[in-house]
Design a protein around this ligand. Sequence first.
Ligand code: BGC
Length: 465
Amino acid sequence: MTQPTRGAGTIRPVRASTYFFGALGGLLFGYDLGVVAGALLFITPQLGLSHLQTGMVTSSLLVGAMIGALGCGRITDRVGRRTVVLGAAVLFGLGAIGAALAPNLFWILAFRLIMGLAVGTASVTVPVYLSEISPASRRGSLSGLNQLMISSGILVAYLVNLALAPAQAWRWMFGLAAIPAVLMLIGGYFQPESPRWLIKKGREAEARAVLARSRTPEQLDAEIAEIVRINESEQQQMRLGAMIRDPRLRRVLLIGSGLALLQQVVGVNTVIYYAPTILKSIGFTSGAAILANAGLGGLTVVVTIIMLTMVDRVGRRRPLILGAIGMCAAMVLLAALFYSGGLTHGTAGWLAITGLALFKICFSLSWGGLVWIMLGELFPLRARGTAMGVATFFNWAGNFAVGLLFPVLLGVGTGLVFVIFAVLCLVSSGFALAFVPETKGKSLEQIERDLGHTANPATAVDLVG
Ligand code: BGC
């Protein structure tokens, strides 16, 4: 499959399938995350689970993802991006089939943990891979396909849950994920390896062949020369300890980890998991709440597509700053809903839907896709996998912590929870303003050079645009 690109011969036809299969791990990431809410409705009574055990089914995936993210970073640097993607596909398939056939809680937990390992691995490797194969001028939209796949995976999970709920078929809900896992394995087998990783391993001829698929001969020579130059000046593969001791790399690692953590503490997954609960608490029927939630999932996919068409023009920094302000406004709206008693059912319903939709629109235009895009761009080649693994670990840890604390905080007061999220959205906006560089349109090597020359945000003039 080929997709002609615009621009009077500046970029040769790009193989769309390369990007599609490269991003497929994102679909499984979203699906496995989204499907559990529906499945739990039936696992809980059928297996007689306690509240704690129900929580364990959800969180086992997140624990696996934390371990997978942290563990796969160095492996990705050592054995290659493609090999790790193939490994993740096998784990996805194993986890899906195992959880579907599990005879008891122990086995469900074990296979959800395996699925988590795959989700964590994909969340590290997919952004790096997409970033490393994309031409600089379109890297945002191509590597943003990851987020499109994640939100589509969540939507597919909602729809599968809706379709299978009447049959209470939780085993099928888990098991169907094996289909994209097999596709990912087959597609991944035919995928090229990342050209940047190939050069790091001294396999320049192969890297040339990969890049030649989507670059003109002049672009190809220039890009190869730039990667080789950067690579020669930094032959040494970097370990985490060495990164932490180097002030410039430490700073980049902190920016990446901060972005990854803040993406979670703004409350996105509580909005995803608890939207039906929020809607029911203000008087929606279960059916209407689930339908409205699926509608919100559809909206997320559409807005993510819009983000992909804009990201290489508007850049990363401004949407991160402004998007978080919009997300804050949405949280204030939701907080107001719970603080103001005596609203009519109609008014409360509209306020809730508007707040939830506004949050999803702003998140999807900014922190949703942009964090993953930027994590694939920020780190230097010699430490990209390792650093990405660390930053991504913070994303999963944040996801886990918010999931754990949210029900506790709800006990204190729903309005208060949304106020806390509103404040954290403002903190995120300030973080982007103070620390996040602009990476739009630059090659990964240029970003690396610029960041290497930038000791503190005040001197980052070159990067802030
Ligand atoms: C986040 C996930 C979230 C998803 C929602 C991703 O960028 O990392 O935690 O569930 O967006 O679309």
